[in-house]
Ligand binder design. Structure first.
Ligand SMILES: NC(=O)c1ccc[n+]([C@@H]2O[C@H](COP(=O)([O-])OP(=O)(O)OC[C@H]3O[C@@H](n4cnc5c(N)ncnc54)[C@H](O)[C@@H]3O)[C@@H](O)[C@H]2O)c1
Length: 300
């Protein structure tokens, strides 16, 4: 579908409450552009780790309408909790109906590591994320944002873009699950890597429709190794040696509080020029791997 908006003009105001006409510069300073006052926000996976840190930061950034979807109840300052299982389409649909319309920012952050069955990992990390986004998008406010939590692990998508595009082209949940069982060897080999490659490509793919039809930006954050409870599963998935090496080579493990800042930034009006971007937040680790500044000897 062609983009109807002329070059350089945003598709709508920066937020539902921002009356500025298209192309006018944003008013106020940077503080206003990162404020979540008056925004309706939904975040998945807010009970632990990065999501829990984001809940705290969103509340400190003025958000007073924050719904968390999770299998566990959050303890942080969310204003509403909807129990939801991102691996289950009925649970996602019920949660979306309860949320209703008028969402400004959706953070798809819930995720599991590759220690589970491959199809479960793909359902939670990709299919569930996609279903919730597509359910909420048509009634989201123009000027809003979808922010997916991907990973630097998903950077290898170019090596199998054909197969990733094949799965992305499948719109139905059951049909996608059937594709997974037909490609079980691929899916079971490294499900976490594949799921995050899917999230990165889906972010780019869906960013066209989300912005041109609904005025909603779609980006992802690609964190490096985080100090969250999930690290226990990553140590099982990738071995202690590899995780310790990655932490050492990237200059230390990153706290969820530090990672919450770029996550929350991507949903804010300050990030209005970003769409379809997979933003790497790993303190340079990926850049150093690309430019030969990483020492692999500990892995020998
Ligand atoms: N920890 C890392 O090193 C790292 C690195 C890159 C990306 N990530 C990504 O960051 C995101 C957050 O992970 P984290 O490290 O904070 O882990 P975490 O385990 O601390 O938090 C994950 C949250 O997702 C929820 N969740 C899990 N399965 C769910 C399901 N089926 N339905 C609904 N909620 C579910 C959990 O209850 C939890 O609250 C994930 O998408 C993860 O893949 C993590």
């Amino acid at each position: 579908m062609p983009d109807p908006s002329p070059p350089n003009s945003p598709p709508g105001p920066l937020s539902s409450t921002d009356p500025s006409p298209p192309n006018s510069p944003p008013a106020g300073g940077l503080g206003d552009l990162v404020s979540y006052a008056g925004k309706k926000v939904v975040l998945t996976g807010g009970a632990s780790g990065l999501g829990a840190a984001a809940v705290e930061l969103l509340a400190r950034s003025g958000c007073t309408d924050l719904t968390v979807l999770d299998v566990k109840e959050p303890t942080g300052p969310a204003t509403r909790f909807i129990p939801a299982d991102m691996s289950d389409p009925d649970s996602i649909d019920a949660a979306a109906a309860e949320i209703g319309g008028g969402v400004d920012v959706l953070f798809n952050n819930a995720g599991v590591a590759g220690v589970h069955a491959g199809d479960f990992v793909l359902r939670v990390n990709y299919l569930g994320l996609r279903r919730l986004s597509e359910s909420l998008l048509p009634t989201m406010n123009s000027g809003g944002a979808i922010v997916n939590t991907a990973s630097i692990i998903g950077a290898g998508w170019r090596d199998r873009l054909d197969v990733i595009n094949e799965l992305i082209a499948i719109e139905g949940w059951d049909e996608a699950v059937e594709w997974m069982s037909e490609h079980s060897e691929l899916v079971e080999a490294a499900p976490y890597d594949l799921s995050k490659e899917l999230v990165q490509v889906w972010t780019m793919h869906s960013s066209h429709r989300s912005l041109t039809r609904f005025g909603v930006r779609t980006n992802s954050l690609c964190p490096g190794v985080l100090d969250t409870p999930l690290i226990v599963d990553f140590r099982r998935q990738a071995t202690e040696k590899v995780i310790d090496w990655a932490i050492e080579q990237s200059g230390g493990i990153i706290s969820p509080e530090h990672m919450a800042a770029p996550l929350v930034f991507l949903g804010a009006d300050a990030a209005a020029a970003l769409n379809g971007a997979n933003v790497v937040a790993d303190r340079g680790f990926s850049a150093w791997m690309t430019t030969d500044h990483v020492d692999y000897s500990a892995l020998a």
